[in-house]
Write a protein that binds this ligand. Structure first.
Ligand SMILES: Cc1ncc(COP(=O)(O)O)c(C=O)c1O
Length: 387
C-alpha cells in the first residue's frame, strides 16, 4: 500500500486549488515591534510585520515578559500534568480570578487555547442541556462549528447577524426545549459586530442561553478591555463569555467565564479540559500581567484604533477594495484565491514590508456558503493575521 501517495495526492489537491500554504520563517525582535527577521531561502533579512494577532504588542511588553521570566525562574516551565493529576499551579488560579473579574462573572475556566475552549466548551455545555437545540451564526469560527458538531445536538444556522432569521428559528422551536445561541461579538474576517443586546433580547424572549466568543475583542474594546460586551454594557446579559489569551493579551490559552455552576460543570465534564496538561505557570503569570495592564491602560486600545483607521484611509485612497468595517479589522476583498495570493506575495516577499494572507472564511467554508478570499490587514499599532 502506498501510504505516502495518499498524502502526496492530498497535497497536490491543495496545490491544484491554489490553497497550499507556505509559512514565512520569522524571528520577531522583542522591543522592536513590528520588526522581525525573515529567514528566507536567500538568507535573513529585516521585515515589518503587518499581520499579527498580537494586536497591542503585549507579547513584547516588559511587564508581560518580566512576569513570564519571573514565574519560570520561580516555578519552572511545565505545569506537571492535567489539573486532575497534578493539581493547579497558583498562577492559573490567579488568572482565572482575573478573567472572571474582567467579565464581571462569578467564575472563569482556562483551556490550552481559544480553539479548545470553544470546541470543548460549547460541546460540553450543549451535552449537559437535555435535548439542546444549538443556534449558530453562519459566520462563526471553525472552533465553534466543531463545538456544535461534537455536541451531537441538533443545530440550526442563522444567517449572519440576521435577527429576523434567528427569531424565526427560535419561534419554531419547542418553548420547553433548552436552547443555546452561539455567536461572536466581533467577526474577524469581515470586521463587523454582533448586535449583542438584540440577541440577548431574543434569548430572554425565547428562554435561550447565550454563548459569545470575544476572541478578537478582549483587551481591545471596553473601558477595561473586557471586549464588545463590556463596551456595550451587555456582559451581565450574556451567559457565557469566551476569549483567548493569545491575541490582544499576547500569550497562549483560552477561557470561558460564566456562573459558578456552569464553570464547575464544564470543569468536571469537558474532555478537552480534563485530559490535557494545564497551561504552564509562566504563561498564566504573563497573561495575568497583560490583562491587569490592559484593565487600567487604554492608551494601546486608542492608538490601535487610530492606526487601523489610518490603514483603511490609505488603502481606500489607493483605490483598494477595502470592505467597510467598524472595527480594527481591515478586510480587503480580493475575491479570487489566486489573485489573493498574488496580492499578498509581493507585499510579503518582494516589497518586504507587508505580511498578509489569504484564507477561506472558516464559517463560510464549513457552513457551505460562499468562500471569501480576503486579505485582512490591521493591527497592533500595526498588524494582525486573520484567523
Ligand atoms: C473567532 C475565533 N475564535 C477562536 C479562535 C481560536 O483562538 P486561539 O487562537 O486562542 O486558539 C480564533 C482564532 O484563532 C478565532 O478567530
Amino acid at each position: 500500500m502506498d501510504y505516502k501517495g495518499y498524502f502526496t495526492s492530498a497535497l497536490d489537491r491543495l496545490r491544484d486549488e491554489r490553497r497550499y500554504r507556505v509559512f514565512a520563517d520569522l524571528e520577531r525582535v522583542a522591543g522592536r515591534f513590528p520588526h522581525a527577521i525573515w529567514h528566507s531561502l536567500q538568507g535573513p533579512s529585516d521585515v515589518v510585520i503587518w499581520c499579527s494577532n498580537d494586536y497591542l504588542g503585549m507579547a513584547q511588553h516588559p511587564k508581560v515578559i518580566g512576569a513570564m521570566v519571573e514565574a519560570a525562574a520561580r516555578l519552572g516551565t511545565g505545569a506537571g500534568g492535567t489539573r486532575n493529576i497534578a493539581g493547579t499551579n497558583h498562577p492559573l488560579v490567579e488568572l482565572e480570578r482575573e478573567l472572571a473579574d474582567l467579565h464581571n462573572k462569578p467564575a472563569g475556566l482556562v483551556f490550552t487555547s481559544g480553539y479548545v475552549s470553544n470546541e470543548t466548551g460549547i460541546s460540553t455545555i450543549a451535552k449537559l442541556l437535555p435535548n439542546c437545540l444549538l443556534l449558530s451564526d453562519a459566520l462563526n469560527h471553525n472552533s465553534m462549528i466543531e463545538g456544535v458538531r461534537q455536541s451531537g445536538c441538533e443545530k440550526k444556522i442563522w444567517r449572519h447577524n440576521d435577527l429576523g432569521h434567528l427569531e424565526e428559528l427560535l419561534t419554531t422551536a419547542d418553548p420547553a426545549r433548552p436552547k443555546l445561541i452561539v455567536f461572536e461579538s466581533l467577526y474577524s474576517m469581515d470586521g463587523d459586530i454582533a448586535p449583542v443586546h438584540a440577541i440577548c433580547d431574543l434569548a430572554e424572549r425565547y428562554s435561550a442561553m447565550t454563548y459569545c466568543d470575544e476572541v478578537h475583542a478582549v483587551g481591545m474594546y471596553g473601558p477595561h478591555g473586557g471586549g464588545i460586551c463590556e463596551r456595550d454594557n451587555a456582559m451581565h446579559r450574556v451567559d457565557v463569555i469566551e476569549g483567548t489569551l493569545a491575541k490582544a493579551f499576547g500569550c497562549l490559552g483560552g477561557y470561558i467565564t460564566a456562573s459558578a455552576e456552569l464553570v464547575d460543570a464544564v470543569r468536571s465534564y469537558a474532555p478537552g479540559f480534563i485530559f490535557t496538561t494545564a497551561l504552564p505557570p509562566a504563561i498564566c503569570a504573563a497573561a495575568t500581567a497583560a490583562i491587569r495592564h490592559l484593565k487600567t491602560s487604554g492608551w494601546e486600545r486608542e492608538r490601535h484604533q487610530e492606526r487601523a483607521a489610518r490603514v483603511k484611509a490609505v488603502l481606500n485612497n489607493a483605490g483598494l477594495p477595502v470592505m467597510p468595517s467598524v472595527t480594527h479589522i481591515v478586510p480587503v476583498l480580493v475575491g479570487d484565491p489566486e489573485k489573493c495570493k498574488a496580492a499578498s506575495r509581493p507585499a510579503a516577499f518582494r516589497a518586504r514590508h507587508l505580511h498578509s494572507t489569504d484564507q477561506l472564511s472558516d464559517g463560510a467554508a464549513s457552513h457551505g456558503t460562499t468562500a471569501n478570499h480576503a486579505i485582512s490587514l490591521s493591527r497592533r499599532c500595526a498588524g494582525r493575521r486573520p484567523g
